[in-house]
Design a protein around this ligand. Sequence first.
Ligand SMILES: *Cc1c(COP(=O)(O)O)cnc(C)c1O
Length: 363
Amino acid sequence: MKKHNYSAGPCILPQEVFEKSAQAILNFNNSGLSLLEISHRSKDFVAVMDEARAIVLELLGLEGKGYQALFLAGGASLEFLMVPYNLLKEGGKAAYLDTGTWAAAAIKEAQSFGNTTIVASSKEENYNHIPKGYTVPADADYFHCTSNNTIFGTQMKEFPSLDMPIVCDMSSDIFSRQLDFSKFDIIYAGAQKNMGPAGTTLVVIKEEVLGKNGRNIPSMLDYAKHIKAESMYNTPPVFPIYASLLTLQWLKNLGGIAAIEKINNAKAALLYAEIDRNPLFKGAAAVEDRSNMNATFLLNDEVHAATFDAMWKAAGISGLPGHRSVGGYRASMYNALPLESVQVLVDVMKELEKSIQIPALSN
Ligand SMILES: *Cc1c(COP(=O)(O)O)cnc(C)c1O
């Protein structure tokens, strides 16, 4: 039986993506060949790459606006380095918002590369909220933020308007909600949180921000080279790109980001309402910054942990334990997780409450 998969990443994908991509491994486009044994320069695979790059811009509303989509390798973690390589000037300065473990990892790479300012941080409060009211120095070469903090369960609801390139790590909430994506100059996302299998990273770039920092950039780290090569500078990770294309086609058929956002809002509302109602549980993140993708919550009394864990496992739920830096539970409700799976979790939380009610004293 298919589990209710709350894994934070790699994570649940639409069932039809698993089926179609499995088929493509056996016999791609009825060619008598596997997707895995053909040249990435073949007509069939070039068509996959072209369509994948185009559907990204279409879904994000960025067609004809000077953006390019790339499918690279190295994970979101390599983008932590590629961004300063491509945008930070010699003697320049980068500005970062520190909202969690991944933001901090991006900052570490930028610091190893050049002058980096942290405009605000919620680290002292174990990243339980998104800092607000910060100012970004006007002379920074770019501003970097993380739209959704996968580990702590917070999500940026507002983004600053600035006269400098804005870079955003959207690994764990890309394609989940409507945003004015044209506010951003570089968006990147590891595929494995909301788009596809691990192995490729989507990078969406406003081309005009490139080529301005005067650096000699190593080829594999140079966005301009990847754009020029139409995302085939070297052999691309063909399978994760194909499976990502299938996921994006699934999303488009569903009605695009506007349609999935409604479902995602309904899932998050259902779960957070139960976290707030049920006296056994409490949310881990500040209410106004709660993530619609990763809901972090805790038992008020750890004594119920063994019972709760046995109950959700028996209900067919998988991947619920929280990250060690928060503890408790994390329900990752990515695009492909159905509302019914959230209902199953909510029902288990209610049952736990019933099961441990202290019997009323008679007489
Ligand atoms: C998972 C994650 C990363 C790291 O992604 P890799 O592809 O493993 O390098 C970076 N940023 C965010 C927000 C993430 O959730």
